[in-house]
Write a protein that binds this ligand. Sequence first.
Ligand code: SAM
Length: 352
Amino acid sequence: MKPAQLLAYCRAGFERECAQELTAIAMEMGVSGFVKAKPESGFAVFQPHQEEMGVELGKHLEYRRLVFPRQVVCVGELLQALPPGDRAGPIVAAARALGKRFAALWIEMPDTNEGKALSSLARTLRPHLEKGLAHAGIAIDEKAPQRLHVFFVGGAAAYVGVSEVRNSSAWPMGIARLRMPRGAPSRSALKLAEALLEFIPAREQAKRLAPGMKAVDLGASPGGWTWQLVQRGLMVIAIDNGPMAEGVMETGQVKHWREDGLRFRPPEPMDWMVCDMVESPSRIATLAARWIAERHCREAIFNLKLPMKKRWEEVQRCIGIVDEALGGGGYYLRVKQLYHDREEVTAHLARR
Ligand SMILES: C[S@@+](CC[C@H](N)C(=O)[O-])C[C@H]1O[C@@H](n2cnc3c(N)ncnc32)[C@H](O)[C@@H]1O
């Protein structure tokens, strides 16, 4: 079995955006095909017209460039009518056709209510699958370059495929599950925590988010994002007409200024600017690009709210705005719909 199709997991309701994105990337690479994406299913499948092209696409697709897909897996045909008495059998056979050594076995399902109903099946099946794989001579070895994914889309149907460990999400189901930290004033705190995990490599966290660094938080109230920065020892100027949580202010690391975040410029260069203001995405993209261009900060993380219908197009527009303002490749931009993002995406912008 050649894993010629691309399976992308996404937030339920964003299948269309996922499909648009995969189609655009495939077209860029000269691969023609079509996407199957059922609304609210939590996944999309790109089927190339030619098998070989699909394999090539899978090899060259850059996970870090993707906005809406949470995970991308190269899969073969959907296995259907899995026998209830031996679901593991056909799955092991499909896995054997893909390789003999995998870094991990991830049994997954869409992030939907129907998907959740399949999680007990996944738990029951795991020991049978592990036994079956071992019996078929398939080793699980964390040093292997590929992971094995079994993605159930129903009790009797699953895709079997592989992801490259170095070019995929490091989280099962592509979901960074974070605990709500005690003391954080809002659930938004999880968004910035996930953004920092996603955008800043673990080995660089201590250097790029060091105690004593300076940050501005635009649209800071009640203070979840500020709280994350304060936890890392940063000194924060919080800009918002709304109130800041007492606990955050009591740290002594925060100045709260009631100003318009679109107009505010810092009195001295900052290390970081973060922005979660509810404003139009193009305004926020323009603002972030200006902060970087005018050297008001070195790095920025900002959220783009997408309440409109054409969400993929809007993201493209914002990427275009940044490119026009900063052009010449002198910057680094990543945009991602995080697990903790709802109708929104989060971006990281920095000078190279
Ligand atoms: C989603 S909330 C921010 C939540 C915050 N990140 C947290 O973690 O608690 C959006 C905030 O943006 C603020 N806001 C919207 N437009 C603004 C502007 N032009 N200037 C300053 N703040 C603004 C609102 O007052 C609101 O408090």
